[in-house]
Design a protein around this ligand. Structure first.
Ligand code: AKG
Ligand code: FE2
Length: 341
């Protein structure tokens, strides 16, 4: 199943000239200190005290750890086991065999709705390539297809099951936020659209130039309402807090919930869409799974801080930025009232 040379599974641009490591890790980095991220207990979210904690975390941090989330550890183990096996297939097979609702991509996180890379107007990037590959997963299409390859087909079913848990979590967390923000039912229904959910499974590749390249993924905010990240083994994820970057280390049995740009706009800037990034790593590969949920495409987001806009308007703007300037930090400034540029 694995290619004969371990690095044949890497996109050719990222293959080292040196002897392959055959999957072995060279050195272990030192064990980091625990970080101060707020922790929210999903099972207690019906209680006022926990909801207040959640509201505070959304205002002060825009990110928190989630415990007692109810995603079975066996499901996570199977999902990661399958992801590792599929990532270790030869690069060419990944490019040709993985398509449909699970699409293969590498080198850039800038993808369109169908999971295809958004090319810059001036042509494909040469110097700004990111050291990762991944699968973009359109969740509501996962059950419509059958894949002949048994490994890919069981990966599809695991993603579907994992995705259902993520939808449950996002809906429960959003309900608690909506209560804190006094959103009415009509707003809540259009501000969180569970069928918009998508997932990304990333493998950050060993990067021999990690000292110079630095970022597996550049600093950005997510366009989503909520994103839920699982990175069980290898650190490298950082968030910005009070203009400083903090390491967010993997903690067993926890998920990391990130507030996106849409959540910030819906909360009239009371909540924060948090900036985050991933460091490149010389020694270890890092696998992560992100789930992203968005508002209804055409529902209007209204706030005294912003011009009325739909998520479709926002996405078009972000895609335009990606084509012209090549990156997205946050697209919200385009819609902000009293915006002068
Ligand atoms: O892989 C990660 O840990 C983060 C990925 C991320 O920030 C994103 O896909 O927006
Ligand atoms: Fe992100």
């Amino acid at each position: 199943m694995s290619p004969p040379n371990y690095y044949d599974s890497y996109p050719p641009l990222f293959r080292p000239n040196t002897t392959p490591l055959n999957g072995q890790v060279q050195e272990n980095p030192p064990t980091p200190d625990p970080d101060p991220l707020p922790v929210i207990d999903l099972e207690r979210l019906a209680h006022d005290g926990e909801r207040q904690k959640l509201a505070q975390a959304c205002q002060d941090w825009g990110i928190f750890r989630l415990v007692n989330h109810g995603v079975p550890t066996t499901l996570l183990a199977q999902l990661y086991g399958h992801a590792k096996r599929i990532f270790s297939l030869g690069f060419e097979s990944k490019q040709t065999q993985i398509c449909g609702p699970v699409a293969y991509f590498w080198g850039t996180p800038a993808l369109n709705l169908a999971g295809r890379v958004i090319e810059r107007e001036e042509g494909p990037p040469t110097s700004n390539v990111k050291w990762f590959e991944g699968f973009n997963v359109v969740m509501n299409k996962l059950l419509e297809v059958h894949v002949d390859d048994p490994l890919l087909d069981s990966f599809r079913l695991l993603l579907e099951e994992y995705g259902r848990h993520q939808t449950r979590l996002a809906t429960t967390i959003f309900e608690a936020m909506a209560k804190d923000l006094s959103l009415d039912q009509e707003q809540s229904d259009c501000y969180l659209c569970p069928s918009s959910g998508s997932m990304r499974v990333y493998r950050y590749l060993r990067c021999p130039e990690a000292d110079q390249v630095s970022w597996g993924i550049d600093a950005h905010t997510d366009s989503s309402v909520l994103s839920i990240l699982n990175h069980p083994e290898v650190g490298g994820f950082q968030v910005q807090k009070d203009n400083e970057w903090l390491d967010v280390e993997p903690v067993p049995n926890t998920l990391v919930v990130i507030l996106g740009d849409m959540m910030q706009a819906m909360s009239h800037d009371k909540y924060k869409s948090v900036k985050h990034r991933v460091k490149a790593n010389k020694h270890e590969e890092r696998i992560s799974v992100g789930y992203f949920v968005f508002p209804d495409e055409n529902g209007v987001i209204r706030s005294p801080k912003y011009k009325p806009f739909t998520y479709a308007d926002f996405r078009a703007q972000v895609q335009q930025d990606l084509k012209t300037i090549g990156y997205k930090e946050s697209g919200l400034h385009h819609f902000k009232l009293n915006h002068t540029t």
